[in-house]
Design a protein around this ligand. Structure first.
Ligand SMILES: Nc1ncnc2c1ncn2[C@@H]1O[C@H](COP(=O)(O)OP(=O)(O)OP(=O)(O)O)[C@@H](O)[C@H]1O
Length: 226
């Protein structure tokens, strides 16, 4: 589903954030991405919806080469990828309902469908009673769950989460990971970047380990030289 071949990323004027990354994530897999601060986890996730472009190598999503994707097709690529950020990135002047509805509006979903699907997504994250609230009136964990509802509402085949439990206590982190496992069981291919080694160990999914921009372990028993 997601394949990288010899991918490198150097930010303008910066050092190499990723170098020579090759990996393959199968359809329906749930994979953790771990590594020290600055190891390249966010950069790796940002390459997949083309929020950043690689400076070397090739990325394929469902066998389609991103290098060959015309610029006008990028919005369509992004509609198939739900993203969850640590800092939520909600629209604070819009109600919870409107935040979650956004991907459906962008996708041109018929109006009568929107209410039903937004409520189904809010129900899934336990926030059905908050649809008429503004995000600022919610706790950090609730805001994170609004972000998750927004990411899954259009049922994208790929979900990417960047430190989704970074600000949350262990109980809430565990709850959010269980939600992710449910989405994965429904078929979503998932990449979750996280520092939370205790939680990752407990859940026991495949783990990609980055160090200084290199993939030092692909979680398949093939440890690479740094
Ligand atoms: N927009 C940018 N411009 C220049 N350098 C960047 C940019 N974004 C990231 N970097 C650099 O690329 C490297 C990898 O950063 P990245 O954010 O991907 O790491 P990370 O593993 O997600 O770190 P953290 O866990 O702290 O979020 C770092 O050296 C960082 O300073």
């Amino acid at each position: 589903m997601i394949r990288l071949q010899g991918v490198g990323k150097r930010y303008p004027g910066g050092k190499e954030a990723l170098s020579n990354i090759s990996l393959h994530i199968n359809r329906g897999e749930l994979v953790f991405v771990t590594g020290h601060s600055g190891a390249g986890k966010s950069t790796l996730l940002r390459l997949i919806p083309l929020l950043e472009r690689p400076t070397r190598g090739q990325i394929f999503i469902a066998s389609m080469s991103l290098a060959r994707l015309p610029r006008r097709r990028i919005p369509l690529l992004r509609r198939g990828i739900g993203m969850i950020f640590q800092d939520h990135r909600l629209l604070y002047d819009r109600l919870v309902f409107d935040n979650v509805a956004l991907p459906l509006i962008i996708a041109g979903t018929p109006y009568r469908e929107i209410g039903r699907r937004v409520r189904a997504a809010l129900d899934k994250v336990g926030l059905l009673d908050k649809e008429r609230h503004y995000p600022v009136t919610l706790s950090s964990g609730e805001q994170q769950r609004v972000g998750i509802a927004r990411a899954v509402v259009a049922r994208p085949p790929i979900l990417l989460a960047d430190e989704p439990t970074g600000n949350l206590d262990p109980a809430l982190s565990g709850e959010i990971m269980r939600l992710f496992e449910q989405f994965n069981e429904l078929g979503a291919t998932m990449m979750i970047a996280s520092h939370d080694v205790t939680l990752i160990n407990r859940l026991g999914h495949r783990r990609l380990t980055l160090a200084d921009g290199k993939l030092i372990d692909d979680g398949l028993g093939q440890r690479q030289e740094i």
